[in-house]
Design a protein around this ligand. Structure first.
Ligand code: CP
Length: 319
């Protein structure tokens, strides 16, 4: 059989985690189910298991990160791996070394796994394509393209609070155009059987032909939030915007910022999610971010178990 999915090996097992696109439901569920076992580990007094003892994991973050980098490091340490955080600012990248040369040099130090965040879409794919056999690459966010572990921790959070996927209406709200998180969420939600995924945004913040991803498009919060079970908020990614996409942040908040009044358009038991970092007063009001329907901090906590699951599955070491 020809294997066209670069993240699966010839046995259709996970070799790298690069995107949720075309990842079979069985693998998504394997990761979610494995993460359930690690939630138990993270709740114990001794939070360590020896599954990745002796393995070397390199965190290569070429873009800023708080949640992803830290939870990958915690996850690797809880699996007893040796973790190395490359300090990009003082690395030889500043002397003109290419990405692949940097990675090849780290591979020569017996790296087993690379966790990569990069501003260029496709950076993790490039490393995976050139990595020697046996090395695993995890995409921790590349450009506008994909952020698969974020989408997986989001799916885990939804399943924890809503139990099933097949009866949900989910809305993703905000800057879909520049969001790698939104793309990864849409692929994961549709693969896991969510029957209705909506995107709510001004036209300027939606990709062309976004409907082809299997979503319903709304430009208005009142109609878009009707009967919604899960709201996934996104920030305006100003660092990826060239030119003016919006009249002002104030105007955006008036129309798309999630306030208690707008949240009341959704189902009364709806949950509010946000991948972070949040811009309070731009896409979300503090009363909602810190309110009873917010599951934003549990998302962060579940990120540790999800990242433990991904790394242990890649290394072929599951509990
Ligand atoms: N959600 C997310 O990727 O956050 P960080 O940029 O802090 O890693």
């Amino acid at each position: 059989m020809i294997n066209r999915n670069p993240q699966l090996n010839k046995h259709r097992k996970l070799q790298h985690l690069l995107t949720t696109e075309e990842l079979p439901a069985a693998i998504l569920l394997q990761i979610l189910n494995t993460a359930e076992t690690f939630v138990g580990v993270t709740e114990r007094d001794v939070k360590k298991v020896p599954l990745l003892r002796g393995k070397s994991i390199f965190n290569l973050f070429f873009e800023p990160s708080t949640r992803t980098r830290t939870t990958f490091e915690i996850a690797a340490k809880r699996l007893s791996a040796d973790v190395f955080n490359l300090n990009i600012a003082v690395s030889a990248q500043s002397k003109g070394e290419t990405l692949l040369d940097t990675v090849n040099n780290l591979a020569a130090m017996d790296a087993d796994m690379f966790v990569v965040r990069h501003a260029q879409s496709g950076a993790a794919h490039l490393i995976a394509k050139h990595a020697r056999p046996g090395i695993h690459v995890i995409n921790a966010g590349d450009g506008r393209h994909a952020h698969p572990t974020q989408a997986l921790l989001d799916m885990f959070t939804i399943r924890r609070f809503k139990h099933e996927f097949h009866n949900l209406r989910v809305a993703i709200i905000g800057d879909i155009l520049h969001s790698r998180v939104a793309r990864s969420q849409i692929h994961a939600l549709t693969t896991l059987g969510v029957p209705e995924v909506r995107v709510i945004a001004p036209k300027t913040l939606l990709p062309n032909n976004v409907e082809r991803l299997g979503v319903r498009v709304f430009h208005d919060m009142n109609s878009g939030l009707e009967n919604i079970d899960v709201l996934m908020m996104l920030r305006l990614q100003k660092e990826r915007m060239q030119g003016a996409y919006l009249p002002s942040s104030e105007e955006y908040f008036k129309n798309y910022g999630l306030t208690p009044e707008k949240l009341s358009m959704a189902r009364p038991d709806a949950i509010v999610m946000h991948p972070g970092p949040m811009n309070r007063g731009v896409e979300i009001d503090s009363a909602v971010a810190d309110g009873g329907q917010s599951v934003i901090l549990p998302q962060v906590t579940f990120g540790i178990a999800i990242r433990m699951a991904v790394m242990s599955i890649l290394a072929g070491q599951q509990v």
